[in-house]
Design a protein around this ligand. Structure first.
Ligand SMILES: Cc1cc2nc3c(=O)[nH]c(=O)nc-3n(C[C@H](O)[C@H](O)[C@H](O)COP(=O)(O)O)c2cc1C
Length: 521
């Protein structure tokens, strides 16, 4: 035995390496049946799989230029990271964009911009930028709500995001007066860190689900009564990344905590169908909206991605006829994000935000209904320039999902669907999320939102206005094509945005329905 051990010890290290390579080659050729490349090119074939797996990171760090990547390029990501960390978010030497490029957006500045008087509300509160409309005011809901921030956290559930991420987002919105949309997964304890909440439900009715998987009004009433942080309810019809796509939450992922929050059984598969059980026609949807508003006293809205517009038309007709309807409408763009979706849906189903929003807004404008509705936009709008265009088209608020994720550390690894998010944001792994420092990350979200609001206000002032609700279609110009070169968006989309009633920032500050914590706004 000793002689054998001596023999092994005397084998040079490089012979061990050759031996190992030989074993891998034998496995590749004779035993594994899954990979043709490894079979035909034993050992070296592995390099291909390895290089393929690190390709996205290599391209992100070394190869892609500043404006190349999607969904968010390096300049956009860096602006969010720097804003969230309160670092220098300026760029030097001028823009690196080709500003003659198709679809480039221009905001028309005034010859002499808006001059704030010394005692202006924004002199004392530089980050105060609330919604100019009140949700539920027209329909005289019992508890109308004015979002205290025009930028807010879009629907993302506990389940698609980690507990630490949800906690950071909620504590963050509290610090800057914004609201936090729960997403489809129900209201979790992590959503209750002090921020305003919009409770959102989809076809799975998580958190307000009856035994047979339908909608339970009783559960919603209890939820709203027990949680005064809920300021409004959003019924999800669809989202831009996967309209009409149902889903299955595998029983293996349903822990006792998730089951309790979502109102489902531990370990049993749960199906979210592609459409709702609670309604199947527009009049039934209207009835549901009215009964939820009646029972809870809260403003009720809908969220949808836009494709065909005939049912939007039917909704507007019915609103006109009955004098009732949703208090807010969230329009999500086809460029919107998701925790997981088939590429065929994410790439092709539903219109991008500008096309979808304008076609729906126009319908409500033609019916004279815009004043009743708070219009919310989502789809890569978390940048002040893009938000200015959205407001000029008729948006009253914007929701951001991935931009908010980035402010708390997401690096756009695009692996939300694998549970292996390296930043701990979109994962349920306890280890990965333990790296998230909630107080620090919540500060970062608040700083990103505050920087956004400040910069957006500066752009608004440069255009000669006090509040972005005063932007109109002729304030924004877009490069169209070689024949027309460039045109204001009124000519492109063929409507003028309805005037939003606005008196002064001070009046908004004093509004009795203003959300957020007054002392923190
Ligand atoms: C991780 C993740 C989870 C999401 N979950 C939901 C959801 O539960 N319900 C929903 O309506 N939209 C959901 N969305 C879509 C976002 O709310 C938002 O509409 C979309 O991402 C566009 O905003 P963005 O471009 O700022 O990311 C999710 C998006 C992401 C990235």
């Amino acid at each position: 035995m000793e002689a054998f051990l001596d023999f092994l010890a005397n084998i040079p290290w490089w012979v061990w390496i050759l031996f190992f390579i030989l074993l891998v080659a034998i496995r590749d050729i004779f035993f594994q049946k899954a990979h043709t490349i490894s079979h035909n090119y034993p050992v070296v074939g592995h390099l291909r799989y390895w290089l393929e797996s690190i390709g996205p990171e290599m391209r992100q760090y070394f190869v892609a230029n500043n404006r190349e990547e999607l969904p968010f390029n390096r300049i956009e990501r860096s602006w969010i990271y720097a804003s969230a960390k309160k670092e220098n978010n300026y760029e030097g030497f001028g823009t690196d964009r080709d500003i003659y490029k198709h679809q480039h957006i221009f905001i028309k500045n005034a010859m002499i911009g808006f001059q704030s008087p010394k005692d202006h509300t924004n002199t004392k509160h530089p980050y105060f930028l609330p919604c100019a409309k009140v949700m539920g005011a027209y329909n005289q809901r019992k508890k109308p709500y004015r979002p205290a921030s025009i930028i807010n956290v879009s629907a993302m559930s506990f389940g698609s995001l980690s507990a630490a991420a949800i906690e950071s987002l909620n504590a963050g919105v509290e610090k800057c007066g914004a609201y936090h949309n729960t997403g489809e997964g129900g209201l979790s304890p992590y959503h209750k860190q002090g921020g305003d909440v919009i409770f959102h439900f989809g076809t799975g009715y998580f958190g307000v689900r009856s035994k047979d998987g339908g909608f339970s009004m009783d559960k919603l009433k209890v939820l709203v009564d027990e949680n005064p942080c809920i300021k409004a309810i959003e019924i999800k019809l669809s989202q831009g990344a996967k309209p009409g796509k149902g889903g299955v939450l595998p029983g293996s992922k349903i822990t006792p905590e998730l089951a309790e929050i979502r109102g489902v059984e531990v370990g049993v598969d749960v199906i979210s169908p592609p459409t709702h059980k609670a309604f199947s026609t527009i009049p039934e949807l209207m009835d549901l909206i009215e009964s939820i508003a009646e029972e809870t006293g809260l403003p009720v809205g809908i969220k949808g991605a836009v494709g065909k517009v005939d049912q939007w038309q039917e909704l507007a007709d019915l609103m006109k006829k009955t004098g009732k309807g949703p208090d807010f409408i969230t329009i999500d763009g086809g460029e919107g994000g998701t925790g997981a979706a088939p590429p065929s849906f994410a790439d092709h189903v539903s219109l991008p935000w500008s096309y979808g929003f304008t076609s729906v807004y126009k319908i409500f404008l033609d019916h004279g209904l815009t004043e009743r509705i708070v219009f919310i936009g989502s789809g890569k709008l978390g940048f002040p320039g893009k938000a200015a265009m959205a407001f000029a088209m008729g948006a009253d608020c914007i929701n951001v999902a991935r931009e908010a994720m980035m402010s708390i550390g997401c690096i756009q690894a695009q692996v939300c669907h694998t549970n292996r998010c390296p930043a701990g944001v979109a994962t349920q792994s306890k280890w990965r999320q333990s790296g998230i420092n909630v107080p620090l990350k919540s500060d970062r979200l608040a700083q990103y939102f505050n920087t956004f609001k400040k910069e957006f206000l500066e752009i608004t002032h440069a255009a000669g206005y006090e509040h972005p609700c005063q932007f109109h279609m002729e304030d924004i110009q877009v490069n169209v094509d070689d024949d027309y070169l460039s045109s204001d968006i009124r000519k492109i989309y063929k409507y003028q945005k309805d005037k939003v009633p606005f008196t002064s920032m001070q009046d908004l500050y004093q509004c009795e329905h203003l959300g957020g914590k007054k002392e923190l706004n």
